[in-house]
Write a protein of this length. Structure first.
Length: 244
């Protein structure tokens, strides 16, 4: 199975994260979900929410308010919007402001993860994001003095360094031969996955990851660690905000 195919849909965003507009053919369509042959809508995963956008066809517009994974990839239409018939060629547009913000946020979380792993050797236990705001949980038994400020300063130093962010797909054995490729406390890559998508912040952080990212750390903007919370014995939650 190719890594850019989900059911009958070719996932364009995995190879071209800057793509926002594309044409597609409707393969199936109900008010619960529209299946197209190719899509740049990120379906959500790894804490990153699904994209929003529109489908334009025959002079009408269908708003896409989410994406659902199943045997196929289903674009979720806004309630009451018209549904394009099977066989229709649609012009699709991913909402750029939301996607771009989520890409900056996701890359910012990888910088955070890389810094905390490098400096404190702590694995990730969870995370979630919305545009320009996010949280990440770590197995960190003790919080050293000045931890919040140290992490924030180190993250922004990596942003200023303008590190390149590369994305590649590797055979499973080759990917898992990379030291610390899995930064979560539990390996979340299903055993049936033969090819692993790897996101590499060159010189800082290399992880198995399926989300969308900016091309370099400088494009993230600035990271502010807004809060450090205790979530039980040994577990800390760091909340961050992304700004220009």
């Amino acid at each position: 199975m190719t890594t850019d195919l989900h059911g009958r849909t070719q996932r364009l965003e995995l190879s071209d994260q800057g793509l926002r507009d594309f044409e597609a053919v409707v393969l199936d369509a109900t008010p619960e979900g529209i299946v197209v042959n190719r899509s740049a809508f990120y379906p959500g995963g790894g804490g990153q929410p699904a994209d929003h956008g529109v489908l334009i066809w025959q002079g009408v517009e269908t708003r896409v308010v989410g994406v659902r994974k199943g045997d196929d990839l289903y674009l979720i239409p806004a309630e009451g919007d018209p549904i394009p018939p099977v066989g229709t060629v649609v012009r699709a547009a991913v909402e750029d402001e939301r996607r771009s913000a989520l890409m900056r946020t996701h890359s910012g979380l990888h910088v955070l993860c890389g810094v905390v792993f490098r400096d404190f050797r702590c694995p990730v236990t969870g995370g979630n994001m919305e545009p320009l705001t996010a949280r990440m949980d770590f197995n960190l038994p003790e919080v050293p003095p000045g931890f919040k400020e140290l992490v924030e300063d180190a993250c922004n130093a990596e942003i200023i360094a303008d590190r390149r962010i590369d994305v590649r797909v590797l055979p499973r054995d080759e990917a898992f031969a990379i030291p610390d490729i899995i930064r979560t406390a539990t390996n979340l890559v299903p055993p049936e996955v033969e090819d692993v998508r790897v996101v590499d912040i060159v010189g800082l952080d290399t992880q198995a990851d399926g989300g969308t990212h900016v091309a370099s750390t400088k494009q993230i903007g600035r990271i502010k660690v807004t809060k450090v919370e205790s979530k039980g014995r040994g577990f800390r939650r760091l909340r961050i905000a992304i700004s220009d």
